[in-house]
Design a protein around this ligand. Sequence first.
Ligand SMILES: CC(C)(COP(=O)(O)OP(=O)(O)OC[C@H]1O[C@@H](n2cnc3c(N)ncnc32)[C@H](O)[C@@H]1OP(=O)(O)O)[C@@H](O)C(=O)NCCC(=O)NCCS
Length: 173
Amino acid sequence: MIRLEPLTGHHDRKGFDCGREALNAWLRGTALQHQGKGISRTFVAVPHDEGAVQTLQREGFEDIGRTSIFGFSSLAAALVLIESLPAEIARRYPRQIPVTRLGRLATRADMQGQGLGRLLLTDAVERARVAAQSVGSAGIFVDAKDPAAARFYEHFGFRQCADSPLKLYLPIW
Ligand SMILES: CC(C)(COP(=O)(O)OP(=O)(O)OC[C@H]1O[C@@H](n2cnc3c(N)ncnc32)[C@H](O)[C@@H]1OP(=O)(O)O)[C@@H](O)C(=O)NCCC(=O)NCCS
């Protein structure tokens, strides 16, 4: 029903609404620009095919079309100081380490609670693992937007960092 693919200019970025204007605006205005400059990569959840579009329309998602975005995640390379990591994990690292930053992750407000966030997060973690086989990255770092988002990441094994409960980290190795 749903597949994940890299964001392109063909996707309907304006039609996406996760209920958080800052995230909507980033997808509309910044994601493609950053992708073009190699700053971050964004992956979108989209209808698998025309059959999926029709099924979803029958289920009441009347605005959905072939170019609709159901959710997205973005990844970038980053450097973090170990003071920012969970204390017990920081011990094994030098002073600063390369990580993969999960910059943003969001799902359509009317599709939340149906497993889409899990799909996007699992995919992002797998992409970070694969990339780390070729370019050093010790783990995945995320800045959660609020305590509820932080709980979502904790649910998947991310640990709160020492300097902020909204920064979370998941070792890859
Ligand atoms: C946070 C967000 C991405 C979750 O997406 P979702 O599609 O609703 O999540 P799913 O339905 O895939 O949930 C997957 C699992 O996470 C759990 N979960 C979801 N939100 C959670 C939360 N806030 N706290 C704890 N667990 C949560 C679900 O219970 C589910 O658990 P299970 O599979 O073990 O039963 C989504 O609510 C969202 O886009 N919110 C607005 C934007 C945002 O805050 N993004 C994060 C910013 S960094």
